[in-house]
Design a protein around this ligand. Sequence first.
Ligand code: ADP
Ligand code: TRP
Length: 330
Amino acid sequence: MEKEIVVSGIRPTGNLHLGNYYGAVRSFLSMQEEYNCYFFIADWHSLTTRPKPEDIQKSVRTILVEYLACGIDPEKATIYVQSDVKEVLELYLFLNMNAYLGELERTTTFKEKARKQPDNVNAGLLTYPTLMAADILMHRAVKVPVGKDQEQNMEMARKFARRFNSMYGVDFFPEPESFSMSSKALKVPGLDGTGKMGKSDGNCIYIKDTPEEIKKKVMKAVTDSGPVAPNSEKPEVIQNLFTMLEIVSAKDTYDYFNEKWNDCSIRYGDLKKQLAADIAAAMAPIRERIEFYSKDVDLLDRIAKTGAEKARESAAATLREVRGILGFRK
Ligand code: ADP
Ligand code: TRP
């Protein structure tokens, strides 16, 4: 039986942080064992926020190195750079012809971005969901590992697939579903008490951080003055620390500190030290591989080239069909 197709991408806008790793990349790792996976670097998507031209190649390479260092295996999954596969632009154009202004304007991500950069509310921002749908539908993917924040974009991708099928009376695009490893989508919290860990929130622990940097960031995490009564509910900032322990540390460690919380003998300093050490230990092999891959530019180029070829083959096959369906020469 043919393996089911999986697609996901991340915009190259800095280093990967623990949110990206535990929220998205870790599911890439398990999926590459079972599915026909396409993992890409969404460099065209990053244009919506006007990166400097001199930063583009560097940022793309950073994500490529970090994908590999995390364990995405080019022998198992196709790793490519979005802009190497021009076919996506043609599908983007076709999809845009049947995407309506009203629905694009109503997307939360669009409204949020428009609020954040009021002097640059560009058409690329408006049509971000159609480009994302093109990324996915181009490979006729059925599963897309992404965090909860991408759910609305995923709904749009499904809507565009359905609309295409019904407008042209075909059963061509499958409706892609979001995929999360855990039953509920995992949210890695920030340690500054502001909800999630995210680049724009400036509260990230990066997978490339040294043990010293990790320790410094974790020790600075916001806490309170301690539990007031046994077995009390944890306030958000404390819950965030426990959530991190749950994600990164052994179950025993979590249980140990949870008991300490419950009997009011907890010392946040000890918890933070342990958490920092556990994060550093989990990231140590990744950090080593980051060093290894960043030195081997030839290898990176080869991986990106092979990935682009494989992705183009899959994309070209879809596009030939789509052109035919729309009445164009194949
Ligand atoms: P950022 O929020 O730092 O800009 P991106 O939007 O580039 O990160 O996200 C890339 C991927 O990582 C997406 O699939 C997203 O859902 C996931 N992700 C980002 N931050 C977190 C987080 N704190 N917890 C879980 N998943 C996350
Ligand atoms: N929008 C995604 C993000 O911000 C990145 C992305 C672009 C993507 N195209 C995609 C994710 C296709 C999954 C599938 O994280």
